[in-house]
Write a protein that binds this ligand. Structure first.
Ligand code: GDP
Length: 328
């Protein structure tokens, strides 16, 4: 545990007990700001241009804004919805210069991000079971490891379940994360039945009074119905053992794939009962606007963002902080 406390609780940029909560907020905000820096540069520089020049907001200003939003991967439907609202406002009350335009844009984006927020179910009896699903390479295994460490930093006991039995490498990789984050892991041999290893993991978690069980699933392709059936079997297995399980099904999405990832996510969402999104690799992309498209088009909350490859590079998502980081 001491390793984790030093990683999560006592970093140089974290507050000491004497420092106010505001300090922790600032550090979180700085990290979010850093993570979206490429998107901000691309979006804000264009918006800065619009804002600086704009005394009266007219149709050509709004068109410039539309192009800036599309370039940041907000996608056509979401951009159109934002622009419709702004045009409506411009017609009714007018928009008094660039600063007001920026403020209204922030309000619009924040409202979209907040819309799909939902209460995370608290399990009647522990463990809380969370599945991580998504295609290979998006960062599922890495995120499972980061989430294990994050939960421990919240004072929870954690168990990892290596249910991606398809690839030996996935089991080995998760094992490394388990030892890094100081948690135990339940696994089976490569090619074993994922529902069986899940059964063992849930049973073990229940017997040990574990708070959080994270299940790393195979990077199945949505086109392979057999694999979707497998996920369904896992859901049924979890539900038989623990009421309301799985409590969360987090779809791991790679932010760098932008709008393509969204299409993939749509198929997954329907088949796998996804309840929220982890958006990874936000650190390496100018396409961070995809978070807004996800919220609106999939009607799913972004729960966490991955901002690097290290164990601590996972931030709980906050619409307000995200919008301030992007357009503040
Ligand atoms: P999986 O196949 O979905 O389990 O994906 P992995 O967890 O193996 O991750 C694939 C690659 O993405 C690895 O090289 C990770 O280090 C990298 N990765 C995962 N999350 C992040 C992130 O938030 N930021 C960055 N920069 N890289 C990440």
């Amino acid at each position: 545990m001491s390793d984790l406390i030093s990683l999560f609780g006592n970093r140089d940029d974290e507050p000491t007990p004497d420092e106010p909560e505001a300090e922790a907020k600032r550090s979180f905000f700085d990290r979010m700001r850093q993570a979206v820096s490429r998107t901000r540069e691309s979006l804000s520089s264009k918006i800065e241009g619009i804002v600086a020049l704009t005394r009266t907001v007219d149709e050509s200003t709004l068109e410039d804004l539309e192009n800036a939003l599309l370039a940041s991967d907000l996608g056509l439907p979401t951009t159109t919805a934002i622009l419709d609202a702004l045009r409506d406002r411009a017609r009714r009350k007018g928009i008094d210069g660039g600063e007001e335009l920026r403020m209204l844009l922030k309000e619009q984006i924040r409202a979209i991000l907040e819309e799909p927020r939902r209460v995370i179910p608290t399990p009647v009896t522990p463990p809380k079971v969370t599945f991580l699903v998504g295609v290979n390479g998006t960062g599922k295994t890495t995120t499972s490891g980061k989430l294990a460490a994050w939960s421990r930093s919240q004072g929870h006991s954690v168990l990892l379940c290596a249910a991606d039995t398809f690839r030996a490498a996935a089991i080995e990789q998760l094992e490394i994360w388990a030892s890094r984050s100081g948690v135990e892991m339940i696994k089976t041999r490569q090619g074993g039945d994922p529902a069986a290893v899940l059964y063992d993991a849930v049973t073990a978690a229940r017997a040990r009074g574990i708070h959080d069980l994270y299940v790393d699933t195979a990077g199945r392709l949505h086109t392979k119905t057999g694999l979707m059936d497998e996920l369904d079997k896992m859901r049924r297995t979890a539900a038989r053992l623990i009421q309301d399980a799985p409590h969360e099904v987090l779809l791991v999405m790679d932010a760098t794939t932008g709008q393509n990832g969204l299409q993939q996510a749509r198929l997954f969402t329907q088949a796998a009962g996804v309840t929220g999104i982890v958006l990874t690799k936000l650190d390496g992309t100018a396409k961070g606007g995809i978070a807004v498209a996800i919220a609106r088009e999939l009607n799913l909350p972004v729960r966490f963002v991955g901002v690097g490859e290290k164990m601590t590079d996972l931030l709980e998502f906050s619409p307000a902080e995200f919008v301030d980081s992007l357009l503040g």
